[in-house]
Design a protein around this ligand. Structure first.
Ligand SMILES: Cc1cc2nc3c(=O)[nH]c(=O)nc-3n(C[C@H](O)[C@H](O)[C@H](O)COP(=O)(O)OP(=O)(O)OC[C@H]3O[C@@H](n4cnc5c(N)ncnc54)[C@H](O)[C@@H]3O)c2cc1C
Length: 409
């Protein structure tokens, strides 16, 4: 207990998704909660989440939810059961921020404004008496004689319990600069190697300018590494030296601890090789006096053709009436397995989330308390937990925050 007050004093570093939700769940007449954040506003990362719309959760059952957690799903089992996606939906609906469910179970505010989610959390914190101190960049944390000392530039705060909700390391301009890992290490915690996740993938091929605005809809990305094989279906986009889009982001999370990754694109996933070959034959029959360039213009978006030709060494000036069977088979093969050369993941700052972080082996999955230091807690992205896209990361942050607030001893 703080010696100057009867209330238990808890400081939470970070007023992002997890910090705000923890604070409003914990603050009451017996518990004083102070939120410290380096920013001048709360929820900076939430503000840019879901392209400014904040995909706050995924409307699915617990089993499906757990299947979408890439790293340490079992660790999250208790917290997700304690505060489910349906609880998140009920919470926001009951607090004046109605939600809607879109394709793939993705849940957004009806207003399509992330700021409405943030305001709901912020005003609920205020209503429940949470003290929020802005522009307080925590430099260091220590523990002495049962008290935590939270050292900022101009001021040192003390508290009975300390919650670290400092987020990951991506999009550092939002405030999540990775300080939480340093604080954890200072208490003896192990940090699992930090890697970019849900990020673009670098490729060795030169991406021509005309492809930068191209979205390949309903293609299939195949990733292979050793015994690992995965095929992900959906949309793909191009950046200079990189591929991105929903299927690439998902792939990046699945392969971010693998070496020697093979990548290929199935540009015609709706047709198996036999059907694709028949389709090509049909096109040849319809325009025998045209050349392979024409055939490609029927089969592929125009911005992709020169890239496809260059990387598959397709001969384009051959007339279709003299297009050899072997070349036709090769074309089918190239359309079904268009190769891209993996050149690593994009930088950690470019990831939607950070993979790695405070090892969950040293954290209790119910209280989120440190097993090494009494009174110390970790919630949110600072922990070694990351999920696929679809609202799962945000829900994990909320579930951890809830479970910590309700079970903290
Ligand atoms: C572009 C983008 C889009 C995203 N979209 C979605 C989405 O739609 N759905 C989804 O589920 N997830 C999404 N995510 C991921 C999601 O935003 C995060 O997983 C989630 O915000 C993590 O919550 P958190 O509380 O752990 O950390 P954060 O929300 O990052 O909050 C951490 C807070 O700690 C503060 N802080 C850090 N260090 C210090 C310090 N030393 N002193 C004081 N304060 C400090 C920071 O200023 C920050 O406010 C997105 C991420 C990005 C980058």
């Amino acid at each position: 207990m703080d010696r100057t007050s009867k209330k238990e004093k808890i400081i939470c570093i970070g007023a992002g998704a997890s910090g705000l939700f923890f604070a409003l769940q914990r603050a009451d007449e017996d518990h004083e909660v102070i939120l410290l954040d380096s920013n001048a506003k709360v929820g900076r990362k939430m503000y840019i989440s879901g392209k400014g719309r904040c995909n706050i959760t995924n409307d699915c059952d617990v089993k499906t939810f757990i299947n979408n957690i890439v790293t340490n799903p079992r660790f999250m089992y208790s917290a997700i059961n304690a505060f489910k996606p349906s609880d998140t939906i009920a919470f926001f609906n009951e607090h004046g921020c109605p939600l809607k469910t879109e394709r793939g179970g993705r849940v957004f505010p009806v207003s399509d404004k992330a700021s409405d989610i943030i305001d709901t959390l912020f005003f609920e914190c205020k209503r429940r008496g949470v003290r929020i101190v802005f522009e307080q960049k925590v430099k260091e944390v220590r523990k002495k004689d049962e008290l935590f000392y939270v050292i900022c530039e101009d001021k040192t705060y003390t508290c009975d319990k300390l919650v670290i909700a400092t987020g990951g390391m991506s999009y550092a301009s939002t405030g999540s600069t990775g300080d939480g890992y340093r604080f954890a290490e200072s208490f003896g915690h192990r940090i699992v190697e930090l890697r970019s996740a849900l990020c673009p993938i670098k490729v060795k091929e030169r991406i021509p300018h005309e492809m930068l605005k191209l979205t390949l809809r309903n293609v299939s990305l195949k990733v292979v590494s050793g015994k690992f094989k995965k095929e992900i279906f959906g949309d793909l986009e191009f950046l200079p030296g990189r591929i991105t889009g929903p299927i690439v982001l998902s792939a990046s999370s699945l392969i971010n601890r693998m070496e020697d990754v093979g990548l290929s694109l199935d540009l015609k996933p709706a047709l198996d090789e036999e059907k694709l070959d028949k389709r090509i034959l049909r096109e040849i029959e319809e325009a025998p006096n045209k050349d392979v360039q024409h055939l490609l213009s029927v089969l592929l978006p125009k911005q992709l053709i020169s890239f496809f030709v260059e990387n598959t060494k397709t001969e384009t000036h051959v007339f279709l009436n003299s297009f050899p069977k072997k070349a036709r088979r090769k074309l089918t093969e190239d359309l079904k397995r268009f190769p891209l050369t993996f050149d690593g993941l994009d930088d950690i700052d470019k990831g939607i989330v950070t993979s790695g972080g405070v090892s969950v082996r040293e954290v209790d999955p119910k209280t989120f308390g440190s097993k090494l230091c009494e009174g110390l807690y970790f919630i949110g992205e600072v922990l070694d937990v990351d999920c696929l896209t679809g609202g799962f990361n945000m829900q994990c942050a909320l579930s951890m925050a809830y479970s910590c607030a309700k079970n903290m001893e």
